[in-house]
Design a binder for this molecule. Structure first.
Ligand code: NAD
Ligand code: GLY
Length: 359
């Protein structure tokens, strides 16, 4: 098993990487408090991994709470249901919440941990590729509002993250591929060497080669650790992790969170951001094409669906919480491996990039 330390201004915590670590009793004993444990999962993941997790938790007083599955349930309602459960079990400050599932379960549970009694301990046990390489690390927690993705939330860091890549064996291909979008994102925004490695090893990864997958998870977490270590609350460099997300979030909210997966939206959003970067002369022609070619190796969509209205997407972009009065803040590319934040795009340039992305 490997450990990556996340060193932040406010705290530090370990990310464990290892096949089988989800069921490692000694690891859990290290990170659960003295009090009760509430494991939150969803109706898909609970039947797969809850029994063995409960076994690993041993004699400890443990309760479970199972949420409905899906991004459309990442709402104030499901967040409230966790708080209701905490009250019902008379949870106290020494209670630990465990998030067992993908990014949706992790984000909602983390936000419940941030809110209950102004903050209790929680541990992330991510079971999708996307949540293992991104969502479980860095302490962003929250839920969606019908008018905007992740509009409600808090920074609340986990006490530990248990990344068991063996749990990916049960993950559907489409979900695995969606996770690859966030992996490619690290290469595109800050790690050219990793990007090149992904290009060379795409076939192995698509064939779910274990050591390739373990390598890409580790490299992604290291990249994320490096960035959040410099900027815990996104006042600077951390914004680069939002490459593709402004366009992606608009796509997700325009399709009511039930047509395009988050990772798929990020894939399309990254290519759109690359097109805009090319149009504005920041990066060389062909950058968007290279990115699209790599994403397609993981069967990811790279075009905005034709039936979506450009005007509505543009309007949704303005609702994105990253919009600021002085112009839309977008993460653009100078080259693969070199992202930066820019506020200088005109509405027309943004609209053009969206149109170019439909195809
Ligand atoms: P998800 O949580 O919806 O999981 C995807 C699907 O896989 C679900 O149906 C789930 O039940 C199923 N699943 C989970 N683990 C499984 C397993 N091991 N085997 C079989 N099925 C399994 O989606 P996701 O892609 O994991 O996460 C997306 C969410 O993460 C979005 O809401 C996004 O906003 C959020 N996110 C948060 C951060 C952050 O920093 N907090 C970063 C990136 C994404
Ligand atoms: N996924 C973006 C971030 O954690 O900042």
């Amino acid at each position: 098993m490997k450990t990556i330390e996340i060193n932040l201004e406010s705290t530090r915590y370990p990310v464990y990487l290892g096949r089988g670590c989800l069921h490692d009793r000694s690891l859990w004993n290290r990170h659960l408090g003295q009090g009760k444990v509430l494991v939150v999962s969803n109706e898909t993941v609970a039947p797969l991994y809850m029994p063995s997790l409960l076994e690993a938790l041993g004699e400890r007083e443990t309760e479970i709470h199972v949420l409905p599955d899906g991004e459309q349930h990442k709402t104030v309602k499901t967040w409230g249901s966790i708080l209701d459960k905490l009250v019902a079990i008379q949870a106290r400050r020494d209670t630990t919440l465990v998030a067992l599932g993908g990014g949706v379960v992790g984000d909602i549970t983390g936000y419940a941990a941030a809110s209950y009694m102004r903050g209790i301990r929680f541990v992330q046990a991510p079971t999708t590729l996307l949540s293992q390489v991104d969502a479980s690390v860095g302490g962003k927690t929250g839920v969606n509002h019908p008018n905007g993705k992740n509009l409600i939330g808090a920074f609340h860091q986990p006490h530990a993250v248990m990344i068991d890549s063996a749990s990916l064996d049960t993950l559907q291909a489409r979900e695995f591929n969606a996770g690859m979008a966030e992996v490619v994102k690290y290469g595109a925004l800050c790690d050219r060497e990793f990007y090149d490695w992904l290009q060379v090893n795409a076939a192995l990864i698509a064939g779910r080669d274990e050591s390739a997958i373990d390598h890409l998870i580790e490299r992604s977490v290291l990249d994320k650790a490096e960035i959040v270590g410099q900027d815990e609350k996104e006042s600077g460099i951390r914004a680069l992790l939002n490459l593709g997300h402004s366009f992606g979030h608009a796509l997700e909210s325009e399709t009511a969170y039930d047509r395009v997966l988050h990772g798929e939206a990020v894939a399309i959003g990254m290519v759109t951001a690359a097109k805009l970067s090319e149009d504005r002369g920041f990066c060389e022609a062909g950058t968007a094409e290279s990115l699209a070619a790599l994403l397609k190796k993981f069967e990811l969509p790279v075009h905005i669906p034709d039936d979506l209205s450009v005007d509505r997407l543009a309007a949704a972009l303005k609702l994105d919480k990253k919009a600021v009065a002085s112009g839309l803040r977008l993460v653009l590319l100078k080259a693969i491996g070199e992202a930066f934040v820019d506020q200088g795009s005109t509405a027309e340039q943004i609209l053009n990039a969206i149109k170019e992305s439909q195809g």
